[in-house]
Design a protein around this ligand. Structure first.
Ligand code: NDP
Length: 240
């Protein structure tokens, strides 16, 4: 890893992805930033950065944007699969379309990114993929059934591929945050569940910030390539 190496960050238009983009840019990395809200990516105004309006569920669009960035900045050294949605709901009431959105973005979107970068990383015998899971990928919570399902999948897929490519000197890293103050909850359509979640956050005296996660991502990535931080779990001290 050199700080001149290209990093791709999905979902960089807000929250954890935005903080990670600022942090890795400040460390000197050229970046490819992907999200649907292009104006939010461009408003970051980061140097040596290509911003592309890409929905991560569109694998061809993910690959095309990566090829475009590689033509400018060289091979991708790190992919941060961060794009995600959390639509909380009761299993008997929730619109199945919400379950599909979460699996499409959180699981298939992550796999689309991996598919675009993994073969070249294996060939170069160098590279890092960082997948943003959640504590909801290690334990279950009320109203989280499908979301937890996607994040348990993120944990499983990350660890499975880590073992598969370890001998190719490619690192797979899981970052598992607890509650973080971002736009994530705002997309949940059930008002009562949303209110309950806000009360839960207040009850623990507030939650951690996107920058806390960006720092963990940067720490894990910037270890020497022979050292793989397999997983970081971080949350507010008072979160149960
Ligand atoms: P935000 O809602 O602030 O950010 C989510 C990002 O994902 C946005 O940039 C959004 O961009 C992007 N995104 C959503 N759907 C798509 C899509 N189809 N294609 C491309 N980009 C997409 O939430 P967070 O920063 O909190 O979330 C980032 C990650 O962290 C997620 O994977 C989330 O599950 C995980 N996480 C968050 C926690 C929290 O408490 N906040 C706790 C644990 C994990 P746009 O809308 O412009 O496309």
């Amino acid at each position: 890893m050199s700080t001149q190496s290209l990093v791709v960050i999905t979902g960089a238009s807000s929250g954890i992805g935005e903080a990670t983009a600022r942090t890795l840019s400040a460390a000197g990395h050229p970046l490819l930033l992907l999200a649907r809200r292009l104006d939010r990516l461009e408003a970051l105004g980061l140097p040596n950065t290509l911003c592309r309006q890409v929905d991560v569920t569109d694998g061809a669009a993910v690959s095309a944007a990566i090829a475009e960035a590689e033509a400018v900045y060289g091979p991708v050294d790190c992919l941060v699969n961060n794009a995600g949605v959390m639509l909380l709901g009761l299993a008997d009431e929730q619109d199945p379309a919400e379950w599909k959105t979460m699996f499409d973005v959180n699981v298939m979107g992550m796999l689309n990114g991996i598919h675009a970068v993994l073969a070249p990383m294996k060939a170069r015998k160098h590279g890092t993929v960082i997948n943003i899971s959640s504590i909801a990928g290690r334990k279950t919570f009320p109203n989280h059934a499908a979301y937890c399902g996607t994040k348990f999948a993120v944990h499983a897929i990350t660890e499975n591929i880590r073992e598969e490519v370890a001998d190719d000197n490619v690192r797979f890293i899981t970052i598992a945050p607890g509650a973080v103050e971002t736009e994530l909850l705002s997309h949940t359509t059930n008002a009562a569940i949303k209110d309950g979640y806000e009360e839960w956050k207040e009850g623990m005296g507030g939650v951690i910030a996107p920058q806390d996660i960006a720092n963990a991502i940067s720490y894990a990535y910037h270890q020497p390539q022979h050292l793989c931080i397999r997983e970081i779990v971080l949350a507010a001290t008072r979160q149960q």
